[in-house]
Write a protein that binds this ligand. Structure first.
Ligand SMILES: *[C@@H]1O[C@H](CO)[C@@H](O)[C@H](O)[C@H]1NC(C)=O
Ligand SMILES: *[C@@H]1O[C@H](CO)[C@@H](O)[C@H](O)[C@H]1NC(C)=O
Ligand SMILES: *[C@@H]1O[C@H](CO)[C@@H](O)[C@H](O)[C@H]1NC(C)=O
Ligand SMILES: *[C@@H]1O[C@H](CO)[C@@H](O)[C@H](O)[C@H]1NC(C)=O
Ligand SMILES: *[C@@H]1O[C@H](CO)[C@@H](O)[C@H](O)[C@H]1NC(C)=O
Length: 508
């Protein structure tokens, strides 16, 4: 009996020691919190100024301007980003929003056609650049680090007229554009994200009408798009190495579109991994391992042949390109929100190929869903995928570049706070128990904004924006106050049970 009790006490002590660090739910010193946005979703001012020398609009039309103006039927509520949150005029207030929530960094993106109205570097808009200089200066003056996304889906329409991401010339046009930004902002900006979520815009913009440019090039468009994205990213990384890194000492990565893929049948040890390689490895393997996943190369070649194509629809990375792309990343940017279950497509036994992966992905019907149709809540999936990145890519430094929850705009956003709590708890376990090298976390999003094909009805902000008000007044939500407590204590906070906690903004 005595022995039993001693053993029990020893077990309890051991269990407490190994878990209490996590149970306390504190973040390591040096862990950074921020919020993210994207230019087209918040800036507005789509046609803001006229160049006094050339006498043409000093902000070029981009693919999202063109798409929403010409095909509003593809946007759930027919809205567009002409005004959006009007952040072009309200950036000083936006910096105060970040400061009130106690955030350490702001991840925002730059509008290519605002900086280069013709799409090319023959004309550089001084106003356009000045806007981003003003914004970064305002951030720094308030102790907030700028983290810049060079491209978040809004390339100039003139470039799309020439094929956009399906044209390999895009690679050099992108590098030219990035160079202008390094030159103009690289003294203050030390963290760069080249391209946001290629998987999303390659699949939904070049094989579907969910995102601009809405070209349906089935089976080919997305692979070609990703191929050129990888080249543009790799070449930009090498250009920074050669021309800027010594002096500017910054870091460069990409924000990948991740999705947690779990097995639908616990005795199926294959499908979830195949799904991961097709959905995630497609983008991350070339950068971290040097080439597309073997299974992708094999299956796409086999199915292309069965379909009568003379060569694989998945382009090949040559040795020269592999040398440029392999290892072109200083950190792993993870945009991660949702999970799916993978199972084999039963049609394949009949020789019918419905997809290149041969895998069916569906949500577990028992998971709850956010307002967005694609966003299912399954917190353990978050930790699972963080460990998967650790194992696949030799534990790279990870920044969560996006994570968040959509609702219909409730100011008492308890569901959003619960989501943050559960996902951040998984993050802490991955970091402290499992040794994942996670450096920071960006909330998607700082404020409600134009949510692409979903218009302005689905809202992700920790601040609300009144889109009926020409002044686009911002208000805090319950989650703002919750975040302010997390950032001031550096500790996860319980989900509140009443709404007294709302914080006041400086101008209220
Ligand atoms: C800019 O676009 C708005 C619509 O968003 C339009 O009313 C206005 O006339 C345009 N301004 C210029 C200078 O083209
Ligand atoms: C940048 O800031 C200056 C000084 O506050 C202001 O006059 C100018 O309008 C701003 N420019 C832009 C494009 O925001
Ligand atoms: C779906 O979710 C339920 C409830 O969490 C769980 O019991 C079940 O195992 C899940 N199914 C799969 C295939 O993961
Ligand atoms: C799960 O997989 C096993 C092994 O392949 C198979 O025997 C079983 O029928 C599957 N279960 C379901 C529910 O599909
Ligand atoms: C990519 O780089 C790593 C590390 O240098 C190397 O081990 C690997 O072989 C390279 N991959 C390819 C396909 O060359």
């Amino acid at each position: 009996m005595d022995c039993y009790f001693v053993a029990l006490i020893i077990c309890l002590v051991l269990a407490t020691v190994s878990c209490c660090d996590i149970v306390k739910l504190t973040f390591p010193s040096g862990f950074r919190f921020g919020a993210a946005t994207a230019s087209y979703q918040i800036e507005g001012a789509w046609n803001v100024s006229v160049d006094t020398f050339y006498h043409f609009p000093d902000k070029g039309e981009n693919v999202w301007d063109y798409w929403t103006h010409n095909y509003p039927g593809y946007i759930a509520d027919g809205t567009n980003g002409d005004i959006a949150c009007d952040s072009y005029h309200k950036y000083e207030e936006d910096v105060q929003l970040l400061k009130s929530a106690g955030l350490d960094f702001y991840r925002f993106s730059i509008s290519w056609s605002r900086v280069l109205p013709t799409g090319f570097t023959n004309v550089i808009s001084e106003d356009g650049l000045q806007y981003y200089k003003n914004l970064t200066a305002e951030l720094v003056a308030n102790g907030i680090e700028p983290i810049v996304t060079i491209y978040h889906w809004d390339h100039p329409q003139v470039i799309e007229d020439m094929g956009g991401w399906t044209n390999e010339l895009m690679v050099d046009w992108f590098v030219d554009y990035a160079r202008v930004l390094f030159e103009a902002l690289g003294d203050t900006v030390k963290k760069w994200i080249t391209i946001n979520e290629p998987r999303s815009f390659c699949l939904l913009g070049y094989e579907d009408t969910q995102k601009a440019p809405g070209k349906v090039i089935s089976g080919i468009g997305a692979y070609l798009c990703m191929h050129n994205v990888l080249k543009a990213h790799g070449k930009t990384y090498r250009m920074y190495d050669e021309e800027f890194r010594d002096v500017q000492q910054g870091v460069i990565g990409m924000a990948f579109s991740l999705i947690t893929i779990l097995s639908a049948n616990s005795s199926d040890t294959v499908s979830a991994d195949v799904g991961f390689q097709f959905e995630v490895g497609w983008n991350t393997h070339p950068i971290y391992i040097g080439d597309y996943p073997e299974i992708m190369k094999t299956r796409v070649a086999m199915i292309s042949e069965a379909q009568g194509y003379p060569r694989s629809r998945l382009p090949e990375l040559t040795d020269d390109w592999i040398a440029i792309i392999n290892g072109s990343s200083d950190f792993f940017g993870a945009n991660l929100y949702t999970s799916v279950l993978a199972s084999p497509d039963p049609d394949e036994e009949l020789g019918i190929y419905n997809s290149d992966s041969g895998i069916i992905l569906e949500a577990n019907s028992s998971w709850s869903r956010a307002a967005s149709s694609w966003l299912y809540v399954y917190p353990p999936g978050f930790g699972y995928t963080l460990r998967q990145i650790r194992d696949y890519y030799d534990n790279p430094p990870v920044w969560i570049t996006e994570n968040g929850y959509s609702d219909k705009g409730e100011l008492e956003d308890y569901d959003r706070i619960s989501y943050f709590y559960d996902y951040l708890r998984e993050l802490l376990i991955a970091l402290k128990r499992d040794g994942c090298d996670i450096r920071g976390y960006a909330i998607w999003s700082l404020m409600d904004n134009f949510e692409w094909q979903d218009g302005i009805a689905d809202k992700f902000g920790i601040y609300s924006v009144d889109f009926d008000d020409p002044a686009r007044t911002r208000s805090s939500k319950l989650s703002t106050a919750w975040w302010a407590r997390v950032t001031s204590t550096r500790k996860l906070q319980a989900v509140p049970t009443n709404s007294n906690a709302r914080i006041k903004l400086p101008w209220e």
